[in-house]
Design a protein around this ligand. Structure first.
Ligand code: AMP
Ligand code: ZN
Ligand code: FE
Ligand code: FE
Length: 270
């Protein structure tokens, strides 16, 4: 069965609308889909309406969190109640901080002599959750960099001149709010974090799974993560992290072993 448990829409930094994403998923033969937009649940209802029962949809989210120092840690949440009040309060605060931070980065770019306004970024951020990829696309559109990667390399990545840190939750806080909203918290792409040292603390906070099957994970990393999941009694998930056509990944390219899918269904509480 072709599944996709990690992808983004125009509600965050994907380039397909929820309706377009549903059509592409169907065209790829995806039978089970979870949209995991960054810090917003806005795509879930329109996707449900577009799907009209043609595929199974799990409500989900990806929350971009951080550890002190250079660590970005993303926490996925599956089966969340999208309208859960405490969850939505936290998400609204994070999205406001996202936008403030991009405005500060635009100021920095202007100080560096680049001609760019917040309005240029809004052309690419039509949804509620603004991020650096929108700013990168605006820089490309303005002809100020050759492509998105160059935008990050020259200006937007940590350590580059336009980088501004932003308010984000600690992973434990995201784990708690996802759990409170009825969801299963899962550590996203652990291979990209590059360290297992935080994992015991996350499990103690209520982490339920690891995103083992991920395009950037090597077969050695997958084997290691499967073993870690076994050690801690964690569920395993997988997805492509599709952000749009022409990106590095295609919808449905990371399949989930049947047993992992079955375990997720059994762990579902709502
Ligand atoms: P933000 O949430 O605004 O901090 O932006 C983070 C997002 O930017 C990540 O989820 C990635 O999709 C993207 N990103 C981060 N670093 C890079 C990079 N070096 N090149 C391209 N995209 C990146
Ligand atoms: Zn993204
Ligand atoms: Fe992520
Ligand atoms: Fe993602």
């Amino acid at each position: 069965m072709i599944t996709e448990l990690h992808c983004h829409t125009t509600a965050s930094d994907g380039t397909l609308s929820p309706a377009e994403l549903i059509e592409r998923a169907l065209a790829q033969g995806v039978k089970l889909l979870a949209i995991t937009d960054h810090d917003t649940t806005d795509a879930i209802e329109p996707a449900r309406q577009s799907a009209g029962g043609r595929l199974e949809l799990w409500p989900a989210i990806e929350m971009n969190c951080s550890e002190p120092g250079p660590y970005e840690v993303h926490v996925l949440g599956y089966f969340i109640e999208p309208t859960h009040a405490a969850l939505q309060t936290v998400l609204a605060r994070i999205r406001a901080a996202r936008e403030d931070r991009i405005a500060q980065m635009v100021d920095r770019l202007q100080s560096l002599g680049l001609e760019l306004e917040m309005e240029d970024v809004r052309v690419f951020s039509r949804g509620p959750s603004m991020g650096r990829p929108h700013l990168a696309r605006a820089l490309v559109a303005r002809g100020l960099v050759a492509d998105v990667n160059q935008a990050f390399d020259r200006y937007l990545a940590q350590g580059q001149p336009a980088y501004v840190p932003r308010y984000s939750l600690r992973p434990q806080e995201a784990i708690e709010v996802i759990t409170a909203a009825g969801g299963l918290p899962v550590l996203a792409h652990p291979g990209l974090i590059g360290t297992d040292e935080f994992l015991a603390g996350y499990v103690q906070a209520g982490l339920r799974g690891l995103e083992v099957y991920y395009p950037a994970h090597s077969s050695e990393q997958i084997a290691h993560l499967e073993a870690l999941a076994g050690h801690y009694g964690l569920l395993t998930t997988g997805g492509s992290d599709f952000h749009g056509p022409g990106g590095s990944a295609e919808l449905g390219q990371m399949r989930l072993p049947e047993a992992a899918l079955q375990a997720l269904r059994e762990a579902r509480v709502r």
